[in-house]
Design a protein around this ligand. Structure first.
Ligand SMILES: [Zn+2]
Ligand SMILES: [Zn+2]
Length: 347
């Protein structure tokens, strides 16, 4: 099937909006008419073709040319002959990490962290997408397609906050990109006493205040370690969630952390991080944990319940919507940090 799609064609910055042949449907696949797509941080790296993209994209996703994108929602219009989990007409969003089902981690209940994780055979920034039925996740009736396209990244934030007790505590979110913004909102929803958030973009910090952060710190003008310590009688923050992936910010995250606090790492530093392990971890008796993707499918159930119950409203996180053909404008905004989530929509 030939579709109009945003395709990464060259190992250089940019992409093309062009015709592209979808892969053949297998017996366990479903064909989805795409309703809404969202730009992820990884899409930005791939679009810019930075070092990370050059090193890892083709290895973990597949060779170019390849349709871009993985965050989306849509309607199932065809099912492979072995498909039983979903049917034609179902409205879905998609889990993007596909586990093997047989490795040590899959067999011990950690399929989200499978040793042989696979991705969609091609991307989803297209009129139609072919994905395995495993990935198709039916969305609640009262959730719009636009909102549902955010479930995948929102799930990362839901997963990140699921191992800590936020009620009545101080929470610091490092980085006000989409995941950081989701975390700040969830922290407030979960009863955090005070939520600090840091970034270098005033636009994103403004958005953070709108979605629930109490104190927004622009690290270009202020030292976040001093600000949080001053506001907590020198104690530091009980919970710190690092979403920036900036090496210097990661070090600061450890310094902001209170003794016996929990520090969650979500951002991916492109270079090694230097810590003072004694002061930053050992003497603090710190709990440090990493988060990768969503805890399938526990996270999906929690995320869907939060949104369909109205406890969480994802609409304010969508700051821009563009038709596919204006993808360049969308990517430019995401690169500049002048956006929350940017949606790309088929005609
Ligand atoms: Zn993503
Ligand atoms: Zn596995």
């Amino acid at each position: 099937m030939r579709v109009k799609a945003i395709v990464k064609t060259q190992r250089q910055p940019g992409a093309e909006f062009t015709g592209f042949e979808l892969p053949e449907m297998g017996p366990n696949d479903v064909l989805v008419k795409v309703a809404a797509c969202a730009i992820c941080g990884t899409d930005v790296h791939i679009y810019e073709w930075n070092d990370w993209a050059a090193r890892t994209f083709e290895k973990s996703y597949g060779p170019l040319p390849r349709i871009m994108g993985h965050e989306f929602s849509g309607e199932i219009v065809e099912t492979g002959k072995n498909v039983t989990k979903v049917k034609v007409g179902d409205r879905i969003a998609a889990e993007t990490h596909i586990p093997c089902g047989s490795c040590f981690l899959c067999r011990t209940g950690k399929q989200y962290n499978c040793q042989n994780i696979k991705r969609f055979r091609t991307g989803v920034f297209a009129g139609y997408a072919v994905i395995p039925e495993f990935s198709a996740e039916i969305i609640p009736e009262n959730v719009t397609y636009h909102t549902a396209s955010l479930f995948e990244p929102f799930g990362v934030a839901v997963h990140a906050v699921s191992y800590v007790r936020m009620v009545g505590d101080t929470v610091t979110v490092i980085g006000a990109g989409p995941i950081g913004l989701f975390v700040a909102h969830l922290a407030k929803t979960m009863g955090a006493a005070k939520v600090f958030i840091t970034d270098i973009s005033d636009y994103r910090l403004g958005l953070a205040k709108k979605v629930g952060a109490d104190a927004a710190i622009n690290v270009r003008n202020a030292d976040p370690v001093a600000v949080v310590k001053d506001a907590t009688q020198g104690l530091g923050s009980g919970i710190v969630i690092e979403t920036s992936g900036n090496a210097k910010a990661v070090k600061q995250a450890f310094e902001i952390l209170r003794k016996n606090g929990s520090l969650c790492m979500v951002g991916l530093p492109p270079e090694p991080v230097v810590l003072d392990a004694g002061a930053d971890i050992v003497w603090k008796a710190a709990v440090v944990y990493g988060i990768h993707g969503r805890d399938t499918f526990t996270t999906w159930e929690i995320a869907k319940n939060l949104v369909s119950s109205g406890r969480v409203n994802l609409e304010p996180f969508i700051t821009h919507k563009f038709p596919f053909q204006d993808y360049k404008t969308g990517f430019d905004l995401a690169i500049a940090g002048e956006a929350g989530k940017v949606l790309l929509l088929p005609e």
